[in-house]
Ligand binder design. Structure first.
Ligand code: SAM
Length: 272
């Protein structure tokens, strides 16, 4: 008897097509008895192995795959963000970008400059050297023991300078030594960041970047400038870029791009 004939003879019967079955309470696999042996075996195998396969799949996906997909997904969102920004003023190295932003935004003023990720002090030294205003204040945050976690192929501990603080002779500058996760909240408890701010994020990692921005959120105001050393990184989009977009989305913060270096890696954005 064909399926069609059964359906015609037994209108409203159980979808397993076994005569006499009620449509509720039937524990059949859904394979009717008119099917061949092969199909019944297939049905049993499917019933037995499918749940096992679906459960196992969760343990079988390699970590490297997750990383590549996560980076690719972040890259595609980065492209969308870049398109939303219109033409980007880009060119030169990162110092050339700092210079353009400093002039265009009038940052030689009584600003609070906070840098997260100082290492040997290349970027911090630049800012101290180019902001002449005596009332500007500079804060350099770092543990000086390197990255606390792996960053792609760079292992935890990369950029370790054995706790040595860079020699930058500037009375306006204060170093805050330790993990951001340990030092930033006590710092914020003792400092009112009411002035216009330049926040320089060069900590590479998603966790470090997101933690810092989230803690600073109550102090961030329109007009503040945030520099991201690796925002446009192709290989590491799942770090600074992802932290940036998660932060902006979570705190409903609007920013516009002020410019980038020629490789579109280092970006400066302004809170609007
Ligand atoms: C790329 S280096 C900074 C480079 C520096 N701005 C320059 O211009 O040469 C990154 C730094 O971030 C620091 N860092 C990253 N995450 C941190 C965290 N959670 N707490 C403290 N330091 C951190 C590392 O110790 C490292 O020195």
């Amino acid at each position: 008897m064909t399926r069609q004939e059964l359906r015609e003879r037994l209108p409203g019967a159980c979808p397993c097509y076994v005569p006499g079955h009620a449509s509720t309470g039937c524990d059949s696999t859904g394979y009717d008895l008119t099917r061949g042996k092969d199909q019944i075996v297939k049905g049993i195998l499917k019933k037995a192995f499918r749940p096992w396969l679906l459960r196992s799949a969760r343990w079988l996906v390699p970590r490297s795959l997750a990383r590549s997909f996560s980076n690719l997904a972040a890259l595609s969102r980065m492209s969308a963000w870049l398109r939303s920004q219109g033409p980007i003023d880009c060119g030169g190295d990162r110092m050339a970008l700092y210079d353009r932003v400093l002039r265009a935004e009038g940052l030689d003023a009584p600003i609070d400059y906070l840098e997260f990720g100082v290492y040997r002090g290349a970027s911090l030294r630049w800012w101290c050297g180019h902001v002449a205003c005596s009332e500007a204040r500079f804060y350099g945050f770092d543990c000086f023991e390197g990255l606390p976690e792996d960053w792609g192929v760079a292992r935890a501990g990369t950029f370790d300078v054995g706790g040595k603080i860079p020699a930058i002779d500037d009375p306006r500058l204060e170093f805050v030594v330790g993990l951001f996760q340990d030092t930033l909240r006590p710092f914020l408890a003792g400092h009112r960041l009411e002035r216009r701010k330049v926040i320089h994020m060069d900590a590479d990692l998603y966790t470090s970047t997101l933690y810092v921005l989230s803690q600073l959120a109550p102090w961030i105001r329109p007009g503040d400038v945030i520099v991201f050393d690796e925002l446009g990184s192709l290989r590491m989009a799942e770090h600074e870029f992802r932290a940036f977009e998660d932060f902006c989305a979570s705190f409903r913060l609007s920013v516009k791009a002020l410019g980038a270096n020629s490789l579109l890696e280092t970006f400066a954005v302004k809170v609007v």
